[in-house]
Design a binder for this molecule. Structure first.
Ligand code: PGA
Length: 246
């Protein structure tokens, strides 16, 4: 299976920088047949980036979508709007949304379901805080998030999971590859049980302080289908090295 390398730009990026970065990524992706690349810019840049990438080498995703098809939801964006703008994927349940916007796993579930029915692949994020890990509750927390966040419509090939320990995001800290292997195995088993999808077909990305220097080891770890990259996805050289590491 190809490794999936996803860029999460968060709330960064101006049009000129975005086009430049996209062009560099396309060039790298063309040389790296072992990787599928998805770029998730801020919503306002999605259509522009999708247009600039229409050679299909690199896919585009949103960073969030609303659970409803449409409605009176000022400031929100629908899955169909993302799809129409050229997206194939959408991140849902990122810990920054769970924390800063109070999103619950039930809401994440509804968003993921809306994404699937709209023809997008949701990248469903789960992960424990440092306090939860230190209390020995990492698996219990992640297990509960998984059971509640994965929608009933999840089936082989229509969803992706991303394990992002909250304490590793933007911190420069990462779990050991042993810890990643153990958690990914656990996630695969819970997700397989929840969805009926065979363990080998459950895709789990790792995210949290992925950079060029650790991408190879992380992607070589058992049960790691790819990476979700924040900060390092905004630097062309760094992100291209991560793609090359696949
Ligand atoms: P980071 O962010 O790579 O900057 O740690 C990852 C993420 O939040 O998806």
């Amino acid at each position: 299976m190809k490794k999936l390398v996803v860029a999460n730009w968060k709330m960064y990026g101006q049009p000129a920088m975005a086009r430049q970065l996209a062009a560099a990524v396309v060039q790298q992706a063309a040389q790296t047949s072992a990787a599928s690349v998805v770029m998730c810019p801020p919503a306002i840049l999605v259509a522009d980036i999708a247009k600039s990438l229409d050679n299909q080498m690199v896919a585009v995703g949103g960073q969030d979508c609303h659970a409803d098809a449409e409605g009176a939801h000022t400031g929100d964006i629908s899955a169909v709007m993302l799809k129409d703008a050229g997206c194939s994927h959408v991140i849902v349940g990122h810990s920054e949304r769970r924390t800063n916007h109070g999103e619950t796993s039930a809401q994440v579930n509804a968003k993921a379901a809306r994404a699937i029915v709209s023809g997008l692949i949701p990248i469903i994020c789960i992960g424990e805080t440092l306090a939860e890990r230190e209390k020995g509750e990492a698996e219990a927390v992640v297990g509960a998030q998984l059971r509640q966040s994965i929608p009933d419509s999840a089936a082989q090939g229509n969803f992706v999971l991303a394990y992002e320990p909250v304490w590793a995001i933007g911190s420069g800290k990462t779990p050991t590859t042993d810890d990643i292997r153990q958690m990914h195995r656990y996630i695969v088993s819970v997700a397989s049980e929840r969805t009926g999808v065979a363990p080998a077909a459950v895709a789990v990305l790792y995210g949290g302080s992925v950079k060029a220097a650790n991408a190879k080891d992380i992607m070589a770890t058992e049960a790691v289908a790819g990476v979700l990259v924040g900060g390092a996805s905004l630097k062309a050289d760094e992100f291209c090295s991560i793609i090359a590491a696949a």
